[in-house]
Design a protein around this ligand. Structure first.
Ligand SMILES: NC(=O)c1ccc[n+]([C@@H]2O[C@H](COP(=O)([O-])OP(=O)(O)OC[C@H]3O[C@@H](n4cnc5c(N)ncnc54)[C@H](O)[C@@H]3O)[C@@H](O)[C@H]2O)c1
Length: 312
Protein backbone atom coordinates (compact mmCIF):
# COMPACT_ATOMS: atom_id res chain seq x y z
CA UNK A 1 0.00 0.00 0.00
CA UNK A 2 1.34 3.39 -0.95
CA UNK A 3 1.33 6.20 1.56
CA UNK A 4 -1.12 9.02 1.03
CA UNK A 5 -0.50 12.65 1.90
CA UNK A 6 -3.15 15.36 1.50
CA UNK A 7 -2.10 18.98 1.30
CA UNK A 8 -4.78 21.55 2.07
CA UNK A 9 -3.98 24.82 0.33
CA UNK A 10 -2.41 24.49 -3.11
CA UNK A 11 -0.79 27.93 -3.07
CA UNK A 12 2.94 28.58 -3.03
CA UNK A 13 3.89 26.47 -0.01
CA UNK A 14 1.32 23.73 -0.68
CA UNK A 15 2.26 23.18 -4.30
CA UNK A 16 5.99 23.45 -3.61
CA UNK A 17 5.61 20.82 -0.87
CA UNK A 18 3.84 18.60 -3.39
CA UNK A 19 6.76 19.17 -5.76
CA UNK A 20 9.41 18.13 -3.21
CA UNK A 21 7.34 15.14 -1.99
CA UNK A 22 6.56 13.88 -5.48
CA UNK A 23 10.19 14.19 -6.51
CA UNK A 24 11.12 11.97 -3.55
CA UNK A 25 8.39 9.42 -4.47
CA UNK A 26 7.24 9.36 -0.86
CA UNK A 27 3.46 9.15 -1.26
CA UNK A 28 0.44 9.60 -3.47
CA UNK A 29 -0.65 13.20 -3.12
CA UNK A 30 -3.94 15.08 -2.98
CA UNK A 31 -3.96 18.86 -3.30
CA UNK A 32 -7.09 20.67 -2.10
CA UNK A 33 -7.85 24.36 -2.56
CA UNK A 34 -10.93 26.57 -2.73
CA UNK A 35 -9.86 28.14 -6.02
CA UNK A 36 -11.52 26.20 -8.81
CA UNK A 37 -9.21 24.70 -11.40
CA UNK A 38 -5.98 25.75 -9.68
CA UNK A 39 -5.21 22.54 -7.70
CA UNK A 40 -6.35 20.49 -10.71
CA UNK A 41 -4.04 22.43 -13.05
CA UNK A 42 -1.03 22.35 -10.73
CA UNK A 43 -1.35 18.64 -10.03
CA UNK A 44 -1.75 17.79 -13.72
CA UNK A 45 1.37 19.81 -14.47
CA UNK A 46 3.28 18.07 -11.66
CA UNK A 47 2.04 14.66 -12.80
CA UNK A 48 3.40 15.38 -16.25
CA UNK A 49 6.83 16.01 -14.70
CA UNK A 50 6.92 12.53 -13.15
CA UNK A 51 7.85 10.55 -16.30
CA UNK A 52 10.98 12.68 -16.66
CA UNK A 53 12.20 11.87 -13.15
CA UNK A 54 10.72 8.37 -13.00
CA UNK A 55 8.49 8.92 -9.98
CA UNK A 56 5.36 6.75 -9.89
CA UNK A 57 3.16 8.76 -7.57
CA UNK A 58 -0.45 9.72 -8.22
CA UNK A 59 -1.16 13.44 -7.79
CA UNK A 60 -4.75 14.62 -7.61
CA UNK A 61 -5.93 18.22 -7.49
CA UNK A 62 -9.44 18.95 -6.28
CA UNK A 63 -11.84 21.35 -4.56
CA UNK A 64 -13.53 18.42 -2.82
CA UNK A 65 -12.37 16.96 0.50
CA UNK A 66 -13.69 13.47 -0.42
CA UNK A 67 -10.43 12.75 -2.26
CA UNK A 68 -8.47 13.14 0.99
CA UNK A 69 -10.11 10.09 2.65
CA UNK A 70 -7.69 7.65 4.22
CA UNK A 71 -4.67 9.96 4.29
CA UNK A 72 -1.65 8.99 6.39
CA UNK A 73 -0.67 12.63 6.75
CA UNK A 74 -2.65 15.83 6.30
CA UNK A 75 -0.61 18.99 5.73
CA UNK A 76 -2.45 22.27 6.31
CA UNK A 77 -1.04 25.23 4.39
CA UNK A 78 -4.36 26.94 3.55
CA UNK A 79 -4.60 30.57 4.53
CA UNK A 80 -3.31 34.03 3.84
CA UNK A 81 0.42 34.78 3.86
CA UNK A 82 1.89 38.01 5.26
CA UNK A 83 2.16 41.27 3.35
CA UNK A 84 5.11 43.63 3.91
CA UNK A 85 4.87 45.24 7.37
CA UNK A 86 2.55 42.55 8.78
CA UNK A 87 3.40 40.28 11.68
CA UNK A 88 2.38 36.64 11.59
CA UNK A 89 -0.10 37.35 14.37
CA UNK A 90 -1.92 39.83 12.12
CA UNK A 91 -3.14 36.77 10.16
CA UNK A 92 -5.01 35.29 13.12
CA UNK A 93 -8.55 36.43 12.31
CA UNK A 94 -8.39 35.57 8.61
CA UNK A 95 -6.71 32.19 9.03
CA UNK A 96 -8.53 30.77 12.06
CA UNK A 97 -11.71 30.05 10.06
CA UNK A 98 -9.75 28.59 7.15
CA UNK A 99 -7.72 26.25 9.35
CA UNK A 100 -10.74 25.22 11.39
CA UNK A 101 -12.61 24.22 8.23
CA UNK A 102 -9.59 22.38 6.82
CA UNK A 103 -9.12 20.46 10.08
CA UNK A 104 -12.82 19.56 10.41
CA UNK A 105 -13.17 18.39 6.83
CA UNK A 106 -10.02 16.29 6.82
CA UNK A 107 -10.18 14.61 10.23
CA UNK A 108 -13.58 13.08 9.56
CA UNK A 109 -12.23 11.47 6.40
CA UNK A 110 -8.80 10.57 7.79
CA UNK A 111 -9.26 9.89 11.50
CA UNK A 112 -5.92 8.05 11.71
CA UNK A 113 -3.84 10.76 10.03
CA UNK A 114 -1.03 12.77 11.52
CA UNK A 115 -1.51 16.51 10.99
CA UNK A 116 1.36 18.81 10.04
CA UNK A 117 0.44 22.50 10.14
CA UNK A 118 2.16 25.39 8.36
CA UNK A 119 -0.42 28.19 8.34
CA UNK A 120 0.44 31.27 10.41
CA UNK A 121 0.35 32.28 13.16
CA UNK A 122 1.90 28.84 13.32
CA UNK A 123 1.90 27.79 16.97
CA UNK A 124 -1.67 28.95 17.50
CA UNK A 125 -2.99 27.43 14.25
CA UNK A 126 -1.44 24.12 15.33
CA UNK A 127 -3.21 24.46 18.69
CA UNK A 128 -6.49 25.16 16.85
CA UNK A 129 -5.96 22.06 14.71
CA UNK A 130 -5.50 19.86 17.78
CA UNK A 131 -8.62 21.31 19.42
CA UNK A 132 -10.80 20.97 16.30
CA UNK A 133 -9.65 17.47 15.39
CA UNK A 134 -9.70 16.32 19.05
CA UNK A 135 -6.66 14.19 18.21
CA UNK A 136 -4.06 13.31 20.81
CA UNK A 137 -1.31 15.96 20.88
CA UNK A 138 1.24 13.46 19.53
CA UNK A 139 -0.62 13.39 16.21
CA UNK A 140 -0.51 17.16 15.60
CA UNK A 141 2.70 19.08 14.94
CA UNK A 142 3.60 22.46 13.47
CA UNK A 143 6.45 23.33 11.13
CA UNK A 144 8.64 26.26 12.13
CA UNK A 145 11.90 25.18 13.73
CA UNK A 146 13.40 23.31 10.78
CA UNK A 147 12.90 26.41 8.66
CA UNK A 148 14.16 28.90 11.24
CA UNK A 149 17.19 26.69 11.96
CA UNK A 150 17.88 26.23 8.24
CA UNK A 151 17.85 30.00 7.79
CA UNK A 152 20.43 30.34 10.55
CA UNK A 153 22.51 27.50 9.03
CA UNK A 154 22.41 29.22 5.64
CA UNK A 155 23.55 32.55 7.13
CA UNK A 156 26.41 30.86 9.02
CA UNK A 157 27.48 29.01 5.85
CA UNK A 158 27.45 32.26 3.87
CA UNK A 159 29.53 34.01 6.56
CA UNK A 160 32.12 31.25 7.12
CA UNK A 161 32.17 29.84 3.58
CA UNK A 162 31.75 26.34 4.98
CA UNK A 163 29.45 23.64 3.62
CA UNK A 164 25.89 23.86 4.96
CA UNK A 165 26.27 20.15 5.77
CA UNK A 166 28.79 20.99 8.50
CA UNK A 167 26.54 23.47 10.26
CA UNK A 168 24.05 22.51 12.95
CA UNK A 169 21.85 25.23 14.41
CA UNK A 170 18.89 25.00 16.72
CA UNK A 171 16.18 27.63 16.86
CA UNK A 172 13.47 27.05 19.46
CA UNK A 173 10.48 29.01 20.69
CA UNK A 174 7.44 30.45 18.98
CA UNK A 175 7.49 31.11 15.23
CA UNK A 176 7.65 34.89 15.62
CA UNK A 177 10.18 37.64 16.15
CA UNK A 178 10.82 36.38 19.71
CA UNK A 179 12.10 32.98 18.48
CA UNK A 180 15.21 31.76 20.29
CA UNK A 181 18.31 30.84 18.23
CA UNK A 182 20.36 28.70 20.64
CA UNK A 183 23.93 29.74 19.87
CA UNK A 184 25.38 27.62 22.69
CA UNK A 185 23.92 24.43 21.17
CA UNK A 186 24.82 25.30 17.57
CA UNK A 187 28.11 24.19 16.04
CA UNK A 188 30.25 23.97 12.93
CA UNK A 189 31.45 20.36 12.53
CA UNK A 190 31.55 20.04 16.31
CA UNK A 191 33.17 23.39 17.10
CA UNK A 192 30.78 25.62 19.06
CA UNK A 193 29.42 28.44 16.92
CA UNK A 194 30.55 30.99 19.50
CA UNK A 195 34.17 29.97 18.82
CA UNK A 196 33.76 30.33 15.05
CA UNK A 197 32.26 33.80 14.86
CA UNK A 198 33.04 37.15 16.47
CA UNK A 199 30.28 38.19 18.90
CA UNK A 200 29.02 41.01 16.66
CA UNK A 201 28.83 38.71 13.61
CA UNK A 202 27.00 36.08 15.63
CA UNK A 203 24.56 38.67 16.91
CA UNK A 204 23.93 39.89 13.37
CA UNK A 205 23.16 36.32 12.27
CA UNK A 206 20.83 35.76 15.22
CA UNK A 207 18.93 38.96 14.37
CA UNK A 208 18.75 38.15 10.67
CA UNK A 209 17.43 34.67 11.53
CA UNK A 210 14.70 36.14 13.74
CA UNK A 211 13.61 38.42 10.92
CA UNK A 212 14.34 35.90 8.15
CA UNK A 213 10.72 35.51 7.06
CA UNK A 214 10.07 39.24 7.07
CA UNK A 215 13.18 39.89 4.94
CA UNK A 216 11.74 37.67 2.21
CA UNK A 217 8.23 39.15 2.53
CA UNK A 218 9.59 42.64 1.99
CA UNK A 219 11.63 41.54 -1.03
CA UNK A 220 8.78 39.61 -2.67
CA UNK A 221 6.18 42.34 -1.98
CA UNK A 222 3.40 39.78 -2.51
CA UNK A 223 3.45 36.47 -0.66
CA UNK A 224 6.04 34.96 1.63
CA UNK A 225 8.79 32.34 1.50
CA UNK A 226 7.90 28.95 0.09
CA UNK A 227 10.92 26.89 -1.06
CA UNK A 228 12.47 26.57 2.40
CA UNK A 229 9.17 26.17 4.28
CA UNK A 230 8.09 23.47 1.82
CA UNK A 231 11.31 21.45 2.11
CA UNK A 232 11.00 21.73 5.89
CA UNK A 233 7.52 20.15 5.75
CA UNK A 234 8.92 17.51 3.39
CA UNK A 235 11.57 16.56 5.95
CA UNK A 236 8.88 16.15 8.61
CA UNK A 237 6.60 14.11 6.32
CA UNK A 238 9.50 11.83 5.37
CA UNK A 239 10.52 11.36 9.01
CA UNK A 240 6.96 10.34 9.90
CA UNK A 241 6.27 8.07 6.92
CA UNK A 242 9.64 6.34 7.19
CA UNK A 243 9.51 6.11 10.99
CA UNK A 244 12.93 7.71 11.20
CA UNK A 245 12.86 8.79 14.86
CA UNK A 246 14.35 12.04 13.59
CA UNK A 247 15.02 14.81 16.09
CA UNK A 248 14.12 18.24 14.72
CA UNK A 249 12.79 21.46 16.19
CA UNK A 250 9.03 21.70 15.65
CA UNK A 251 5.95 23.10 17.31
CA UNK A 252 4.60 20.53 19.77
CA UNK A 253 2.04 20.53 22.55
CA UNK A 254 3.71 21.09 25.90
CA UNK A 255 2.53 19.60 29.17
CA UNK A 256 5.10 20.97 31.57
CA UNK A 257 8.23 20.60 29.42
CA UNK A 258 10.42 23.72 29.61
CA UNK A 259 8.12 24.88 32.42
CA UNK A 260 5.29 25.51 29.90
CA UNK A 261 1.80 24.08 29.68
CA UNK A 262 -1.14 23.99 27.27
CA UNK A 263 0.45 25.60 24.26
CA UNK A 264 2.17 24.58 21.04
CA UNK A 265 5.74 25.82 21.04
CA UNK A 266 8.97 25.19 19.16
CA UNK A 267 11.04 22.52 20.92
CA UNK A 268 13.20 19.59 19.78
CA UNK A 269 10.92 16.64 19.04
CA UNK A 270 11.51 13.10 17.83
CA UNK A 271 9.35 12.30 14.81
CA UNK A 272 8.31 8.79 13.79
CA UNK A 273 5.33 6.87 12.44
CA UNK A 274 3.18 7.72 15.45
CA UNK A 275 3.95 11.44 15.15
CA UNK A 276 5.71 13.23 18.00
CA UNK A 277 7.34 10.32 19.82
CA UNK A 278 9.22 12.38 22.32
CA UNK A 279 9.95 15.95 23.36
CA UNK A 280 13.61 16.49 24.15
CA UNK A 281 14.44 18.87 26.97
CA UNK A 282 17.75 20.68 26.57
CA UNK A 283 19.50 21.90 29.68
CA UNK A 284 19.14 25.65 29.32
CA UNK A 285 20.94 28.38 31.19
CA UNK A 286 19.08 31.25 32.81
CA UNK A 287 19.22 33.62 29.84
CA UNK A 288 18.09 30.93 27.38
CA UNK A 289 15.19 29.94 29.64
CA UNK A 290 14.12 33.56 30.06
CA UNK A 291 14.27 34.15 26.27
CA UNK A 292 12.05 31.08 25.82
CA UNK A 293 9.63 32.38 28.43
CA UNK A 294 9.40 35.73 26.60
CA UNK A 295 8.67 33.90 23.36
CA UNK A 296 6.08 31.70 25.10
CA UNK A 297 4.37 34.81 26.52
CA UNK A 298 3.98 36.13 22.97
CA UNK A 299 2.48 32.82 21.76
CA UNK A 300 0.16 32.71 24.79
CA UNK A 301 -1.11 36.20 23.99
CA UNK A 302 -2.06 35.17 20.46
CA UNK A 303 -3.57 31.94 21.77
CA UNK A 304 -5.74 33.95 24.19
CA UNK A 305 -6.83 36.13 21.26
CA UNK A 306 -7.78 32.96 19.36
CA UNK A 307 -9.83 31.70 22.29
CA UNK A 308 -11.76 34.99 22.28
CA UNK A 309 -12.29 34.69 18.55
CA UNK A 310 -13.48 31.09 18.17
CA UNK A 311 -15.28 28.62 20.39
CA UNK A 312 -13.19 25.48 20.70
N1 LIG B 1 5.16 28.03 9.46
C1 LIG B 1 5.97 28.49 8.54
O1 LIG B 1 7.19 28.34 8.65
C2 LIG B 1 5.43 29.16 7.31
C3 LIG B 1 6.25 29.41 6.21
C4 LIG B 1 5.69 29.96 5.06
C5 LIG B 1 4.33 30.26 5.01
N2 LIG B 1 3.58 30.02 6.13
C6 LIG B 1 2.14 30.30 6.13
O2 LIG B 1 1.49 29.33 5.32
C7 LIG B 1 0.29 29.87 4.78
C8 LIG B 1 0.26 29.65 3.27
O3 LIG B 1 1.29 30.39 2.65
P1 LIG B 1 1.42 30.38 1.06
O4 LIG B 1 2.65 31.12 0.73
O5 LIG B 1 1.26 28.99 0.54
O6 LIG B 1 0.14 31.25 0.66
P2 LIG B 1 -0.65 31.21 -0.74
O7 LIG B 1 -1.55 32.39 -0.73
O8 LIG B 1 0.28 31.04 -1.86
O9 LIG B 1 -1.52 29.89 -0.62
C9 LIG B 1 -2.54 29.72 0.30
C10 LIG B 1 -3.65 28.95 -0.40
O10 LIG B 1 -4.69 28.67 0.55
C11 LIG B 1 -5.87 28.63 -0.20
N3 LIG B 1 -7.04 28.71 0.66
C12 LIG B 1 -7.58 29.79 1.26
N4 LIG B 1 -8.67 29.44 1.95
C13 LIG B 1 -8.83 28.11 1.79
C14 LIG B 1 -9.76 27.17 2.26
N5 LIG B 1 -10.79 27.54 3.04
N6 LIG B 1 -9.62 25.88 1.89
C15 LIG B 1 -8.60 25.50 1.11
N7 LIG B 1 -7.68 26.34 0.62
C16 LIG B 1 -7.79 27.64 0.96
C17 LIG B 1 -5.74 29.81 -1.14
O11 LIG B 1 -6.67 29.73 -2.23
C18 LIG B 1 -4.30 29.69 -1.56
O12 LIG B 1 -4.15 28.96 -2.76
C19 LIG B 1 0.27 31.35 5.21
O13 LIG B 1 -0.51 31.50 6.39
C20 LIG B 1 1.73 31.63 5.52
O14 LIG B 1 1.89 32.69 6.43
C21 LIG B 1 4.10 29.49 7.26
Amino acid sequence: MKNKVSIIGAGMTGSTTAHWLAERELADLVLVDIVEGMPQGKSLDLRQAMPVIGSDVAITGTNDYEATAGSDIVVITAGLPRKPGMSRDDLLTANADIVRKAAEETVKRSPDAIFVVLTNPLDVMTYLTMKVTKLPPERVVGQAGILDSARMRAFVAMELKVSVENIQCYVLGGHGDEMVPLTRHSNVAGTPLRECLAPDRLEAIVNRTRKGGGEIVSLLKTGSAYYAPAIAITQMVKAILMDKHLIVPASAYLRGEYGLKDLFFGVPVQLGRSGVEKIIEYKLDESEQSALQKSADAVRQTQDALLHLVKI
